[in-house]
Write a protein that binds this ligand. Structure first.
Ligand code: NAP
Length: 337
């Protein structure tokens, strides 16, 4: 395992987290200027993202040109049990999503397979026409035969159909960040990534990301097309992807940790996290998010919730002051716990 940088904040100071060229323009696929205006009719006007609560988490430029506040929102939990069907309380779900943008979160992660379809449909119902600058990242690469059942499907025809479904449900003409949910080992990776590259060339996708990948897989994919983000399971208590975080930081690729709160369990009674949070008079979830934001300037946490109260608590984490020594110590303690 590679060592954690001295402090995330020091790293952030040393390097500017921006300035990537537009990968589309580099590879000869449609660039920003050609795609300009694509989603314009979907926007409901400007919002001062930088002055809202989530802005306290800092900013990251996805692909060098999509600026987002680092604390995002994961929209998997706005579906029913087993990530299947309708949420228990659709009204509360709509309230959560509207509050998401009111609090300044302008990066929402979803997938065609959440529900399936339900998460994307509710996002559009709650937020379309979207405020300018809201980035919705979706994913494809799973079939859903039933609740809690996930079957990888990276066949090019599946990915193409999934993209069309996401465009329709989200009411967009182009997806800002389209992520391959899994690299399907039954299909050559070149075919899966090649399909996405074609869709990008057609102007239907702006940027492409990966999910649950190793450093070797990211490097292989980057030989085929530009990759702007990686989404792996990761939290202060779950550090298997430490090497991927370090790689992303070196390469200025966004790292989106899923399960950032270990579904609320990071607060297990008696844990290092719970003890430290108590001392700081904050909640364990807030401390877990604070640690992720500190860990690397390329990390974009996407805690998910179906409740406004939890959303407020999570966003409040962005403004909390926790000193570097405490966060560094917590990383070591939680890792060894
Ligand atoms: N790429 C992938 O393969 C993959 C896999 C899984 C998830 N994801 C993405 O990652 C996002 C986050 O992952 P996740 O939802 O599995 O994990 P998570 O964000 O760590 O946990 C969400 C759970 O924690 C609870 N929670 C949220 N805030 C809380 C708080 N302040 N206090 C106590 N409990 C709280 C929520 O319950 P309540 O609803 O009751 O608040 C929810 O059940 C998903 O929404 C999805 O977008 C990606």
């Amino acid at each position: 395992m590679l060592p954690v940088p001295v402090t995330g904040r020091e790293v952030a100071k040393q390097r500017k987290v921006s300035g990537n060229p537009d990968p589309n323009e580099v590879r000869g696929t449609p660039g920003r200027s050609e795609l300009k205006g694509k989603n314009m009719k979907s926007t409901s006007g400007k919002r001062e993202w930088g002055s809202l609560a989530a802005a306290k988490s800092g900013q990251f430029q996805i692909g060098g040109d999509l600026s987002v506040n680092r604390l995002g929102f994961g929209a998997m939990r706005i579906t029913g049990k087993g990530v299947w069907g309708e949420p228990k309380d659709r009204g509360e779900t709509i309230r959560v999503l509207r509050r998401v943008v009111d609090l300044g979160i302008n990066f929402i992660d979803t997938a065609d397979s959440y529900g399936p379809a339900v998460s994307e449909e509710i996002i559009a119902e709650a937020l379309h026409p979207y405020p300018e600058g809201l980035v919705i990242a979706t994913k494809a690469g799973f079939d859903r035969p039933g609740p809690d059942k996930w079957v990888t499907n990276g066949r090019p025809e599946h990915l193409r159909a999934a993209l069309e479904g996401s465009l329709r449900r989200l009411r967009l003409e182009r997806i800002d960040v389209f992520q391959l949910h899994r690299i399907d080992d039954k299909v050559p990776a070149e075919d899966q990534l090649g399909a996405l590259k074609e869709l990008q060339a057609q102007g239907k996708i702006k940027h492409i990301g990966l999910s649950e990948v190793s450093v070797a897989q990211i490097e292989h994919a980057r030989r085929i097309l530009p990759i702007v983000s990686v989404q792996n399971r990761y939290s202060v208590v779950d550090r298997a992807a430490d090497d991927v975080v370090d790689y992303c930081e070196r390469e200025n690729v966004g790292f989106i940790p899923w399960f950032p709160l270990a579904a609320g369990d990071v607060s297990a009674a008696g844990s290092a996290l719970e003890r430290t949070a108590k001392q700081l008079k904050i909640t364990p979830s807030q401390l877990a998010l604070k640690w992720l934001l500190w860990r690397s300037p390329v990390i974009l946490p996407i805690p998910g919730t179906s409740r406004v109260a939890h959303l407020d608590e999570n966003v409040a984490a962005a403004a909390l002051e926790v000193d570097d020594a405490t966060l560094q110590g917590l990383g070591k303690l939680a890792q060894g716990a």
